[in-house]
Design a protein around this ligand. Sequence first.
Ligand SMILES: *Cc1c(COP(=O)(O)O)cnc(C)c1O
Length: 236
Amino acid sequence: METIADRLERAQQKLEQACQEANRAPNTVQLLAVSKTKPVSDIVLAYEAGQRMFGENYVQEGVEKVQALAAYKDIQWHFIGPLQSNKTKLVAEHFDWMQSIDRLKIAQRLNTQRPFYKAPLNICIQVNIDNEGTKSGVTADQVLPLAAQVSELENLQLRGLMAIPFAAKNNDTLLSSFSKMQQLFNQLKSRYSNIDTLSMGMSGDTAAAIAQGSTMVRLGTAIFGARDYTRVASRG
Ligand SMILES: *Cc1c(COP(=O)(O)O)cnc(C)c1O
């Protein structure tokens, strides 16, 4: 059976190949291992294979893992799920990145609640690039106004944008969504320093995202296998 280490190695090869095909320099795409619903022991296996960046979607589950793995000091924890305002404190205290900012109120709370002894919380604004009613994220024309407000908050560091495009069967639709994201990312980069992260691409659409400038792909299934949501004890 394929191990987590095997899958990580294969995923890295796929990233490098996609970079080559897109005429991009090698090692310009980071891999975020999305460990939601997966046990701490799987994260340890990935860590032992060299993986250091992990993404979680649910506050309670994520915080439990951060605490269980507190001894692994060089893990970088990314929160990538929807966040209610009554749970911001847990994210401010335990995570290194928050990729799913879609309103000022959440950013302001994180800014206030970020502990003074920690580095600023790294932020991506989530864009609802296909204007799907069910999906969180701001519309394209709200990106710059929100970025202007977030960049004023001193305990946050704006790093870029995140998107989860509509799971299109049609590759052209997907490419056009990724390409719109790339344009927004370039606009942001031209206005602010420290903008270096375009988080897009998941297990099913990695190469297309890299072709359109993704700097961070978020892989769950490709690394840890299919998720079994019935086994998740706590959500939040
Ligand atoms: C679950 C999730 C992923 C990983 O999805 P896979 O298809 O399993 O790779 C990536 N990004 C976000 C925001 C997610 O919620």
